[in-house]
Design a protein around this ligand. Sequence first.
Ligand code: NAD
Ligand code: UDP
Length: 338
Amino acid sequence: MKQAKTKQVLVAGGAGFLGSHLCEALLAEGAKVWCLDNLQTGQRRTLRKLEQDPNFTFIEGDVIDPLPARALPRHLDQIYNLACAASPPQYQADPEHTMLTSVLGTRNLLRLAEKHGARFLLTSTSEVYGDPEAHPQTESYRGNVNCTGPRACYDEGKRAAEALAFDFQRAGRAEVRVARIFNTYGPRMRADDGRVVSNVITQALEGLDITVYGEGSQTRSFCYVSDLIDGLMRLMQYEGPQPGPVNIGNPVELTVSDLVQQVLAMTGSRSAVVNMPLPEDDPQRRRPDIAKAEQLLGWAPRTPLTDGLRATVAWFAALQAEPEPARSTLNETRLSAG
Ligand code: NAD
Ligand code: UDP
């Protein structure tokens, strides 16, 4: 029998929350994986499980800079672009860098895909819909983004990245896939990333006040990480005609207050709930319409919120009990760009 060729894959942003799970899933499928990350929000500790795998290479570098061609293989089959801080306080800390990461970084990676003939997947976001006036959000909805507000560096950066990706596709320069990811949670989120799931769980576990921004009546739809990664990989492998952007998320919608109550009940925490000012341009409602993903990819999330939250609470509890992070012995390449 003919031996299947080993797939060679670059994951930009592979040291982050989603990226580390993706690298792991690709390795489990037998791929060789190169992870390019500037460690801005990613952590070496998230890669600990991959440390011993000879098929995994870590490259420290910024996608804004010329890509480190010498550290990459001669041929890549697939490029996933996950590079970009995703939590509002993190992407707003250096908005110029966030915008450039999406625009210049995506351009650099698209050109790399063109050079290698690799398929390119962009992790875009539900934030392209801004504070949506249509509900739930279908891929055809063009969004309601404030292009001058504090979220614009992320939202408009991702919109520009999508535009670039489809321009490369139209020009026949690269074959692209665009996933619009909705709020995703699970083990390996950073305790200090400022997102609602990580904040609420760590606050509940430590007996600190639970910070609810605004009245807590705003809604989100939370997808468990393993479901999300499955959706991304199916989209990358999709062989039909150009599918356009595809929503990947869990359509079960709940208010932030509902989420807080579930976490309090699950942890048995007696933390008080305190209301804080609602951040500017915070979307009021968000829920994906996933009909396209269901039809094209045969994909739907399978993990109920209670199961996913339980696993996430357990992971944060174990993290708190851990001593200093063990020193990584990663198979690493450090390079200057070029
Ligand atoms: P994360 O912050 O944990 O991971 C992002 C990774 O990209 C980090 O490892 C970070 O160090 C790296 N990075 C950032 N800027 C970079 C740059 N210029 N060069 C190289 N590396 C860089 O975020 P995440 O939750 O894992 O999100 C991954 C991707 O998915 C992001 O592109 C994000 O926009 C998208 N997304 C995530 C969610 C979610 O709920 N997690 C929702 C929508 C979209
Ligand atoms: N949020 C909150 N308390 C927190 C962190 C966030 O009430 O400690 C709210 C935030 O205002 C938003 C929702 O929870 O309405 C989701 O926030 P997150 O930053 O996780 O994601 P995003 O706003 O990007 O969807």
